[in-house]
Design a binder for this molecule. Structure first.
Ligand code: FAD
Ligand code: FMN
Length: 751
C-alpha cells in the first residue's frame, strides 16, 4: 500500500510503525511540519492499563518507551494548606520529545520515510495514495478541508490553561489548588524524567483576565506564574516551550473517514488533559487501524471497521473526560466548602473511572479514613450512634430528615405500576412495595399517586383522593412498618397535560382510545401533536388543584406515611409551570422563574402546612429539560433554594421528560451532576437518581458529597433485595428478618 500520514505526532508515527512491522512492502511517508526535535509541550502520562495494549502491539517500541519511564503511584492533593496523599494508582510518564524520538527511530529503522519541516497545505495532493492518514492533531487542516464529510463538532471549554515544565521533581501526581483575590488556580503536575516535571496551570477566564494574562506574552506569563507558585516550585524555575494560554477544545466528528482519508488521534477526537488519555487514544487508534487494514479486504471496509471498533471506546473516555473537565471548571463550588478528605474523594472520583471500591482496592487506609470521617459526620447529622467496628460502608450510615432517621442511604425510587382501579391500589402494590422494603432499602417511595381522578396519567394510576384509597395505602404502610426497618414515603402528583394516556406497556404518553378525561396545564400546549390540548389553568383551577393536594396530604397522614414527596418534575402539572417550554403564560404565573414558581410553591406551602411538622417533605425536581432554552441548571438551583426557604427537607433531583423532543445524555449516573451542583450551590440535602446500579457508585456518590441519598429505580425492579445483596458483597452484617435467619449461614452461588 502507498500510505501518507499528515502529521508525525504519536498517532501518525505509531501507525506507520505498526503497518511496516506487519508488511515491509508498504510504502509509508510521514510528513511533519516541525523538525524532529522541535515539539510543543513537556511530559505525557500513561496509566498502567494502557501499557498492556502497547506491549502487545509492538514489543520493541514498548521496551524503548518503558525504559524511559518515570513511575509513581501516589496522587497528592494540596488543599487549604494540607496535603492528602492517596497511593496505589500506577502511572508512568515520559517526555513527549523522548516519546517522539523513540517512535521516529523505530519508524526509520523499519523503513518509513519521515519528511520533517514540510507543512501540508492541501491534503488533496495525496489523492493518488491508497490511504491518507490525517494525524495532524487538534487543529487538523485535513478535518477542516473535509468538514462537510466529517462534520466536526468543537466544544471550546471556558477555562484557560498553559502547559509548562519545571525542574522540580514531583514524586506524586500532584494537584495544587491555590486561591487569591483574582480567583482559584489549579495545577496538575507530574514528573516525566529524572530531572523534569510537567506543570499545567489552569484557571477560570475571569481569574486569568484579572491577572492581566490575556495581555501577557509567553515570558510575562512565565514570570507571573513563577512568582505566583514560588512556594510550590521550591525555588525551581518554570520552563516554557511554545507555552501559550489555551482553551481546551473537545473535538468530535460525526464520521472519521471519507474516501481514502481517515482521521486519527486528536484530529478525530480529544479528551481533556486531566484524564491523561490523549496520547493513549492516539496510539490505540493506530493499533486498531493497522489491525483493521490487515484484517479487512479493502480500504473502505477497513476504515469502517476501525471506526466501529474505536468509536465506543473513544466516546466512553470522552464521557469520563467531560465529567473530569467539568469538575475542574466548577472547582470553586467545592473549594473551601468541602472538608479536605471530602474534597479529595470528590476529585479522585470525578470522572467515575475511580470509585470508592476501586480506591479501596488501591489504597485501603485512605478509604478507611474517608469512611471513618463519613461515619462520624453521619452520626452527628442523625444523632444516632454509628459503630466504629465494624465500620459501616458509607451507604449503611443513617440519615435524619426531621423526626425520621433512615437506617441507610438507599432509596427505592417511585415507580408507577399502572395496576390500580379508579386510583385504588391492591395486592400487587402490597407485595411490590412490601418486598422492596424487606429488601433492605432505608426508604421506599411509593409511586406517583394522583391527587384527583382527572390528575391521573392513565386509568391504572394510583390515587389518593378517596377515603378507601387511604385505607388501601394504610395496609401497605403497616406491612412495611411491621416487617422492615424501612421508612415509606408517597409521591403526590397531578399529571397535567401528560394525563389521560395509556398504561406504560400499552403505549407510553399515547392518548386513550376512548374514555379520555379533560386535561389542564400551565398553558394550552399539548404534550405531542396527537395528544389532547389541555386547558390553561385559571385561578379557580389552581385553587382546586391546591386543595386536592392538601386533601391527599391529609389522607397520606391517615395512611401513616413517614414522608411526602411532591412531583415537580417529568413534565407533569407542577413541572409544566416551571419550564419555559410549557409555560407561556402572561400573568403572574408565567415569565420569570419567580412567576413560574409561584403556583408550585403555593401548593408546597399548603401541603407543608397540612402535613405534620415533625414529618419531612421532599420534592422531585428537574435538573434540566435537555432542550436549549428550557429549564436548566441555574433554574434548578434557584428552585431548590426557594424550596429550602419554604421548609423542604430534601430535593430528589431527576431530569427531562418535559417535552418529547428532549435530547438527554444518558450514561452511568447521568443525573448525578445536577444533584451535586444543587447540593453545593443551594446548600441543601439532595437525593440523586438515574442509572445508579452498583454499591461502588452509591458509596462514591456519598463520600464525594454528590448527594445525601441514592435513589435506584430499575435496579430495584430487577432485584428487590438490592440493598441486602450490596451488604453481602461488602461483608456488612445487615440483619435478616427473623423468618429468614437461616440465611446467615447460606452462601449464594450464581453458577
Ligand atoms: C496541556 C496538555 C497536556 C496533555 N497531557 C497529556 C498527557 O499527560 N497524556 C496524554 O496521553 N496526552 C496528553 N495530552 C494530549 C496529547 O498531547 C495529544 O492527545 C496527543 O499528542 C495526540 O497525538 P496526535 O498524534 O493525534 O496529535 P499531535 O501530537 O498533536 O501531532 C500532530 C502532528 O501533526 C503535525 N501537523 C499538524 N498539521 C500539519 C500539517 N498541515 N502538515 C504537517 N504536519 C502537521 C503537528 O506539527 C504535530 O506534530 C495533553 C495535551 C495538552 C494540550
Ligand atoms: C416502571 C417505572 C415507573 C416509574 N414511575 C415513576 C413515578 O411514578 N414517579 C417518578 O418520579 N418517576 C418514575 N419513574 C422514574 C424513576 O423513578 C427513575 O427516576 C428513573 O427510572 C431513573 O432511575 P433508574 O435509572 O434507577 O431506573 C419510573 C420509572 C420506571 C422504570
Amino acid at each position: 500500500m502507498d500510505i501518507v500520514s499528515i502529521g508525525g505526532g504519536p498517532a501518525g508515527l505509531y501507525f506507520s510503525i505498526l503497518m511496516k512491522r506487519r508488511d515491509p512492502r508498504h510504502h509509508i511517508r510521514v510528513i511533519e511540519r516541525n523538525g524532529a526535535d522541535d515539539t510543543f509541550g513537556w511530559g505525557v502520562v500513561f496509566s498502567d492499563e494502557t501499557l498492556g495494549n502497547l506491549a502487545e502491539a509492538d514489543p520493541e517500541t514498548y521496551a524503548a518507551i518503558a525504559g524511559s519511564f518515570a513511575h509513581w503511584d501516589a496522587i497528592d492533593i494540596n488543599y487549604r494548606g494540607r496535603t492528602l496523599s492517596s497511593r496505589g494508582h500506577g502511572f508512568s510518564g515520559l517526555a513527549r520529545r523522548r516519546l517522539l524520538n523513540i517512535l521516529q527511530e523505530r519508524a526509520l529503522a523499519l523503513g518509513v520515510e519521515l519528511e520533517f519541516g514540510r507543512e501540508v497545505a492541501d491534503p488533496g495532493e495525496f489523492s493518488d495514495a491508497d490511504l491518507v492518514v490525517a494525524a495532524d492533531g487538534v487543529n487538523s487542516l485535513t478535518r477542516q478541508r473535509l468538514a462537510r464529510h466529517f462534520e466536526p463538532e468543537l466544544d471550546v471549554r471556558p477555562n484557560k490553561f498553559i502547559w509548562l515544565g519545571t525542574t522540580r521533581r514531583f514524586d506524586a501526581f500532584t494537584f495544587y489548588f491555590k486561591e487569591d483575590a483574582r480567583g482559584l488556580w489549579r495545577v496538575h503536575a507530574y514528573r516525566f524524567d529524572d530531572t523534569h516535571s510537567t506543570f499545567i496551570v489552569e484557571t477560570t477566564e475571569r481569574a486569568w483576565r484579572r491577572a492581566g494574562l490575556d495581555k501577557a506574552d509567553e515570558d510575562q506569563s512565565l514570570r507571573f506564574l513563577q512568582t505566583h507558585f514560588s512556594q510550590e516550585l521550591e525555588g525551581h524555575p518554570l520552563l516554557k516551550n511554545r507555552s501559550i494560554w489555551r482553551s481546551f477544545p473537545t473535538v468530535r466528528n460525526k464520521r472519521w473517514s471519507h474516501g481514502n482519508v481517515v482521521l486519527m488521534g486528536d484530529a478525530a477526537h480529544t479528551a481533556h488533559f486531566s484524564v491523561g488519555s490523549g496520547t493513549k487514544l492516539a496510539m490505540e487508534d493506530a493499533i486498531a487501524l493497522a489491525d483493521a487494514l490487515h484484517r479487512e479486504g479493502d480500504v473502505p471496509e477497513a476504515l469502517a471497521a476501525y471506526e466501529a471498533e474505536r468509536r465506543p471506546q473513544v466516546e466512553s473516555i470522552q464521557r469520563a473526560a467531560q465529567a473530569s473537565l467539568e469538575w475542574f471548571e466548577s472547582t470553586e463550588r467545592y473549594h473551601s466548602r468541602l472538608e479536605p478528605i471530602e474534597f479529595a474523594a470528590s476529585l479522585l472520583t470525578r470522572s467515575l473511572r475511580i470509585t470508592h471500591e476501586s480506591l479501596r482496592q488501591r489504597d485501603p487506609p485512605f478509604v478507611e479514613r474517608i469512611d471513618r470521617w463519613f461515619a462520624r459526620k453521619a452520626a452527628n447529622q442523625s444523632g444516632v450512634n454509628v459503630p466504629a467496628e465494624p465500620l459501616p460502608p458509607p451507604m449503611f450510615t443513617p440519615f435524619r430528615l426531621r423526626n425520621i432517621v433512615l437506617e441507610n442511604r438507599v432509596v427505592v425510587s417511585p415507580m408507577c405500576q399502572y395496576s390500580a382501579e379508579d386510583g385504588l391500589i391492591g395486592d400487587w402494590h402490597l407485595v411490590h412495595l412490601g418486598s422492596r422494603a424487606m429488601g433492605g432499602a432505608g426508604l421506599v417511595v411509593a409511586e406517583m399517586t394522583d391527587v384527583s381522578r382527572d390528575g391521573r396519567i392513565s386509568p391504572g394510576c394510583a390515587g389518593l383522593y378517596k377515603r378507601e384509597h387511604a385505607e388501601a395505602w394504610a395496609r401497605v404502610v403497616q406491612f412495611v412498618h411491621a416487617n422492615s426497618r424501612a421508612k415509606i414515603a408517597i409521591q403526590l402528583a397531578h399529571a397535567g397535560r401528560k394525563g389521560s394516556t395509556k398504561r406504560l406497556w400499552e403505549g407510553m404518553d399515547e392518548p386513550l382510545p376512548s374514555g379520555n378525561w379533560p386535561l389542564i396545564s400551565a398553558s394550552a400546549i399539548p404534550y405531542a401533536p396527537g395528544n389532547q390540548v389541555p386547558k390553561a389553568m385559571d385561578r379557580a383551577d389552581m385553587d382546586r388543584v391546591r386543595d386536592d393536594f392538601v386533601r391527599a396530604a391529609g389522607l397520606a397522614e391517615k395512611a401513616g406515611f413517614d414522608m411526602i414527596e411532591l412531583h415537580f418534575a417529568h413534565g407533569y402539572l407542577l413541572a409544566s409551570f416551571l419550564s419555559p417550554l410549557t409555560n407561556r403564560r402572561e400573568d403572574d404565573y408565567g415569565g420569570s422563574l419567580e412567576n413560574r414558581l409561584r403556583f408550585p410553591l403555593e401548593v408546597f406551602d399548603a401541603v407543608r402546612a397540612a402535613w405534620p411538622a415533625e414529618k419531612p417533605m421532599s420534592v422531585r425536581i428537574s435538573g434540566t429539560d435537555w432542550v436549549p432554552g428550557g429549564f436548566d441548571g441555574e433554574d434548578a438551583v434557584a428552585v431548590a433554594r426557594a424550596l429550602k426557604r419554604h421548609g423542604c427537607d430534601i430535593v430528589d433531583v431527576s431530569a427531562g421528560q418535559t417535552v418529547p423532543e428532549q435530547q438527554p445524555k444518558y450514561g452511568r449516573l447521568f443525573q448525578t451532576p445536577f444533584s451535586d451542583r444543587i447540593r453545593h450551590e443551594a446548600r441543601m440535602p439532595t437525593m440523586t437518581v438515574g442509572n445508579i446500579s452498583t454499591y461502588a457508585d452509591v458509596n462514591s456518590i456519598l463520600v464525594a458529597g454528590r448527594a445525601d441519598l441514592c435513589v435506584l429505580a430499575r435496579a430495584h425492579l430487577y432485584d428487590p433485595y438490592w440493598t441486602r445483596h450490596a451488604a453481602q458483597a461488602q461483608g456488612y452484617p445487615l440483619a435478616w428478618p427473623d423468618q429468614y435467619t437461616s440465611l446467615s449461614r447460606y452462601r449464594p452461588r450464581s453458577s
